[in-house]
Ligand binder design. Structure first.
Ligand SMILES: [Zn+2]
Length: 475
C-alpha cells in the first residue's frame, strides 16, 4: 500500500467535523473514466500533478454536491498507484446518499469509512489488478486498525450492497466493474482476510508490550548513549522506568518506540523538543503527518510519556484500560487489545508493517547492552591508630616511638587532632591483625575510619634522638 495523506480541509464535510465510531467500510468506484488522483485530490503536492480545471474535491461542494470520502485510490502523475487519505478515518464522510432506511441509518451516520477507486474505461486489466490489490491492502490496514472482521455481516461492503441493505443510495458500484475482471465482493473480502493474516504476527512468537522491565534503566541509558541519543533523551529514561511499570508496560518497549519516533531525541521531522511528545501522538482530531498542529503538545515530559504509556497499554489490552483521566488524547476504546505484541503495532500504530519489528530490533540491542560498572568510589578504610593529640609535639614523639619499634607510621591531621596511624586497610580483619601486633609491642591502639590530611613529622624529640642518631652515624 502506498498511503499518503491530503485532507480536504476546504470541503464542507471536513469543516462540519462530525465524528463517528468506525464499524465498517464501504467500497466505491467513481463512475467516471478518469483514473488520475489529481481529478479528486488537490492541490498538487508534487506527486499528484496539476489539475488545470481545479475541480478537485478540496472545495466546499465538489460539482455543487455535498460529497466527501475518506480516501481515493488511483494514479499519481508518474502513473504509479497510490491511496490518498482525504478525511480522518473517524470523521463522518458523505459518500452513501441516504438509502431507503433514511439518513439516520445510512452508512454515513453508521460508522462506515468510504473510499473511492478511480475508474478508467473499465477494460484495462493491469490497472484493475493494481487498484484492486491497493484496495485489499487498504481494507486490511483499516480492519486491523479498527478491529474489524471483514467477513462479518455488513462490515466490508460495496456501495451497491449498501443499497440492498437500505443504508445507501441506488448506485451500482463496484459491481458494474469488478466482475469484468473476474472478481466480486466475496472474493474481495476473502482477500482482505488473507492479507490481514499475512501481516499478522502470532502473539506467542512476538514480544509482549505488557510485562516486567526486561532491562535496567542503566542499560537503557548506555544503549541510548551508544546510539548517539541527545542528552535529553538519555535523561528521559528515568521517567520511562518510573511510569511504565505501574501501567504494566515494559519500559524497554516504550523507550525504544520513543527512540524510533524521535530519532533518539534528535527529532528532525515536523516535531521538536518543545512538543514534549515522545512518540508523535496526534491531537484528538488528528490530521496530516506533515502538519505540526495535528500533533499534541504536552506541558511536561512526564505528561507526554504517561500519554504514550497509556496509549501502548490500551493497544496491548492492559487491565483497567481504557482508563479515565489519561493525558493520552487518542484514548479510543476501539483500540483496546488490538496489538498485544510489539510486532503487531506494525500497520496499526503506524502504517508501516515493519514498524513493530524495527522496534524489536532496537529492544534486542538495548537488552544486550551491559550496564556500565559504577564509578569506583573510595570504600570505607580502617586505620590503625596509636594515639591522637592536640599538641603536635606529642604526636611527633609517639611517631618516633612507633618507628623505633619497627612500624611504619604517618601523622594525619583532622578534627583538631594529630593522629599517629600505622597502616590503612579496606578489610577490617587486616587492621585488627596489625593492631594486635602493635599491642604486643606495647602500644595502645584502636581502629578508626577517620582519616585526615597527612602532615610531616617534626624534628625528632631529644629523648628519642640518641639511638637514631647513633644509627645514622653507623651507616
Ligand atoms: Zn458509490
Amino acid at each position: 500500500m502506498n498511503l499518503k495523506t491530503l485532507f480536504l480541509t476546504n470541503n464542507d464535510c471536513y469543516k462540519s467535523g462530525k465524528r463517528h465510531m468506525v464499524k465498517g467500510i464501504m467500497v466505491h468506484s467513481t463512475g467516471a473514466n478518469n483514473p488520475w488522483l489529481k481529478r479528486y485530490v488537490g492541490p498538487d503536492d508534487g506527486l499528484l500533478g496539476p489539475n488545470p480545471y481545479n475541480n478537485h474535491w478540496n472545495t466546499p461542494k465538489p460539482g455543487g454536491r455535498s460529497v466527501c470520502v475518506h480516501a481515493f485510490i488511483g494514479k499519481l502523475q508518474d502513473g504509479s498507484i497510490a491511496t490518498y487519505q482525504t478525511l480522518p478515518w473517524d470523521m463522518v464522510g458523505w459518500h452513501s446518499g441516504s438509502g431507503s432506511l433514511g439518513s439516520a441509518k445510512n452508512a454515513n451516520n453508521n460508522g462506515y469509512i468510504g473510499f473511492e477507486i478511480c475508474e478508467d474505461d473499465l477494460t484495462d486489466a493491469s490497472y484493475f489488478n493494481k487498484v484492486y490489490t491497493e484496495a485489499v491492502e487498504l481494507c486490511a490496514y483499516l480492519c486491523k486498525k479498527f478491529n474489524l472482521d471483514p467477513l462479518a455481516d455488513g462490515v466490508l461492503i460495496c456501495h451497491s450492497e449498501g443499497h440492498k441493505r437500505g443504508i445507501a443510495s441506488n448506485h451500482s458500484d463496484v459491481m458494474h466493474w469488478f466482475p469484468r475482471h473476474g472478481k466480486n465482493m466475496d472474493m474481495f473480502r476473502a482477500a482482505v482476510k488473507a492479507e490481514m493474516a499475512k501481516t499478522d504476527t502470532p502473539a506467542q512468537t512476538g514480544h509482549p508490550i505488557i510485562g516486567k522491565p526486561t532491562a535496567t534503566v542503566g542499560q537503557a541509558k548506555e544503549w541510548a548513549k551508544n546510539s548517539g541519543a541527545t542528552s535529553l533523551f538519555i535523561s528521559l529514561a528515568d521517567i520511562f522506568w518510573k511510569l511504565a511499570p505501574s501501567a504494566g508496560v515494559d519500559p524497554v518497549v516504550a523507550y525504544c518506540q520513543s527512540a524510533k519516533e524521535t530519532g533518539y531525541g534528535k527529532f528532525g521531522g515536523v516535531l521538536n523538543e518543545t512538543f514534549k511528545n515522545p512518540c508523535g501522538l496526534k491531537t484528538k482530531s488528528g490530521g496530516s503527518n506533515s502538519d505540526p498542529n495535528a500533533h499534541q503538545r504536552f506541558t511536561s515530559w512526564e505528561e507526554g510519556i504517561q500519554a504514550q504509556i497509556d496509549h501502548l497499554a490500551l493497544y496491548a489490552g492492559a487491565a483497567g484500560y481504557p482508563k479515565a483521566g489519561t493525558p493520552d488524547p487518542r484514548h479510543f476504546p476501539y483500540l483496546k487489545g488490538t496489538a498485544p505484541t510489539v510486532e503487531q503495532l506494525g500497520g496499526k500504530w503506524a502504517p508501516s508493517t515493519s514498524y513493530g519489528t524495527d522496534i524489536v530490533a532496537m529492544m534486542n540491542k538495548l537488552k544486550a547492552t551491559k550496564e556500565p560498572a559504577p564509578a569506583p568510589s573510595p570504600g570505607v578504610m580502617y586505620y590503625v591508630q596509636t594515639g591522637a593529640y592536640s599538641n603536635k609535639a606529642n604526636a611527633d614523639a609517639q611517631y618516633y616511638k612507633v618507628k623505633a619499634a619497627g612500624f611504619d607510621a604517618i601523622i594525619k591531621q583532622s578534627g583538631g587532632l594529630y593522629r599517629v596511624q600505622v597502616g590503612a586497610f579496606s578489610v577490617k580483619q587486616n587492621a585488627e591483625n596489625l593492631a594486635a601486633k602493635l599491642k604486643a609491642a606495647g602500644f595502645d591502639t584502636y581502629i578508626t575510619t577517620t582519616s585526615g590530611t597527612q602532615v610531616a613529622p617534626g624534628h625528632e624529640p631529644k629523648q628519642a634522638a640518641k639511638p637514631v642518631k647513633q644509627n645514622k652515624l653507623l651507616q
